[in-house]
Write a protein that binds this ligand. Structure first.
Ligand SMILES: [Zn+2]
Length: 45
């Protein structure tokens, strides 16, 4: 089994690029890590 590492992606690991993440109790919150952009911070410069 090959392991493919997508290092070129700017998708936030926290919310998987959705811009928000699921709460354990239900519902969703805007991702504080990427501010709802769905992308990692600091990589676009
Ligand atoms: Zn995020």
């Amino acid at each position: 089994m090959q392991t493919t590492v997508l290092t070129e992606k700017e998708v936030c690991e926290y919310c998987n690029g959705q811009g928000y993440y699921q709460l354990l109790l239900g519902g969703s919150e805007t991702c504080p890590s990427c501010q709802g952009s769905g992308k990692k911070k600091g990589t676009d410069r």
